[in-house]
Ligand binder design. Structure first.
Ligand code: ADP
Length: 304
């Protein structure tokens, strides 16, 4: 059983040739609406890979909140602990998608900003049944601390995806973190170490290990991913595909990986390999929820 504490957003995908310069007006070539948010994406990735998944989060009571609620339910996710907050908009993301698949994102947190230690306390019972809890930085860190505290009390394995990138030191949270999974940018912002080569990966991992994190997974886009665990380092390659939209690549990687992971972390590399297949499928499709593959698709991708 996987518990996800995190964000729920409605994504508006603005297709553009390239980012406008300050003062410049440009036209979009297409506008799409899709379900997303880092927390919700990770939950959908885990659920589509067959894991029992429970969400702790918040939406508004607006039409978009109802839509997101329905989308999570349609994916088989337990939404008993998704608060519906009156007079608050549901989280929104404006995704500026450039030709070639590069994206730049602007977020309006909305109801996600109200995910609190109190909401986590109300959801305390879910930690009794859980194997893993996953969280990110699109909801307040105070809630993440409360969740990881409860997780530790119940022997639940904690996974932190420190995204979006932040340079606030998070030593209190890292002390409660079993597995951290940043991308290159998020790692560099937290550690102050720019990732350029093998030595910088080792140094970045050391930063996290020194603060109590057991396993460090750094995702490197098309370059695959890196693991540092139990004194060993390993690289897991990405699969070569034509990317059309990299939105939710990292989220798919995390949700899919945890769906396969043993709570004692004894099969990290196998879980990362599965996750690499999952995210290689995600980048070939537009949108967050719409692009996240099922277990069946991931397994047949591996055979081709
Ligand atoms: P984020 O989306 O958080 O920036 P990354 O870009 O590091 O995360 O991607 C996460 C994982 O998704 C990578 O480790 C890789 O396995 C896979 N991936 C990302 N981009 C591509 C790509 N263009 N082709 C194939 N796999 C990709």
């Amino acid at each position: 059983n996987i518990v996800i504490l995190g964000s729920i957003n409605v994504d508006r995908i603005l297709h553009i040739a390239q980012l406008p310069q300050p003062g410049e007006t440009i036209k979009m070539t297409q506008l799409d609406l899709a379900a997303g948010g880092k927390g919700a994406n990770q939950a959908v990735a885990a659920a589509r890979s067959g894991a029992a998944t429970t969400f702790i989060g918040a939406v508004g009571t607006d039409a978009e909140g109802r839509m997101m609620h329905e989308q999570l339910v349609a994916n088989g996710i337990n939404v008993d602990h998704v608060a519906q907050v009156a007079d608050m908009v549901t989280g929104q993301a404006y995704i500026l998608l450039q030709a070639g698949g590069q994206n730049s994102i602007i977020i309006n947190a909305g109801a996600n900003a109200l995910v609190s230690p109190a909401l986590v306390a109300q959801s305390e019972a879910v930690f009794e049944q859980a194997d893993f809890v996953i969280t990110q930085f699109e909801t307040p860190v105070a809630a993440a601390l409360a969740a990881f505290d409860s997780a530790r009390d119940h022997g639940v394995t904690t996974i932190l995806n420190p995204a979006p990138a932040s340079d606030q030191p998070q030593d209190d949270l890292l002390r409660l973190t079993d597995v951290i999974a940043p991308n290159e940018t998020e790692s560099a912002r937290l550690t102050g170490i720019k990732i350029t080569d093998a030595a910088s990966l080792t140094a970045s991992a050391a930063y996290f290990h020194q603060r109590g994190v057991k396993a460090v997974i750094i995702t490197l886009g098309e370059q695959g991913s890196f693991l540092s665990y139990a004194g060993q380092e390993q690289r897991v390659p990405a699969f070569r595909v034509d990317a059309v939209d990299t939105t939710a690549a990292g989220d798919t990687f995390i949700g899919a990986m945890v769906s396969q992971l043993r709570p004692d972390l004894s099969n990290l590399v196998a879980a990362m390999t599965y996750a690499s297949k999952a995210s290689a499928l995600t980048v070939q499709k537009l949108g967050a929820f719409p692009s996240i593959p099922t277990e069946k698709a991931i397994q047949s991708f591996g055979q081709s």
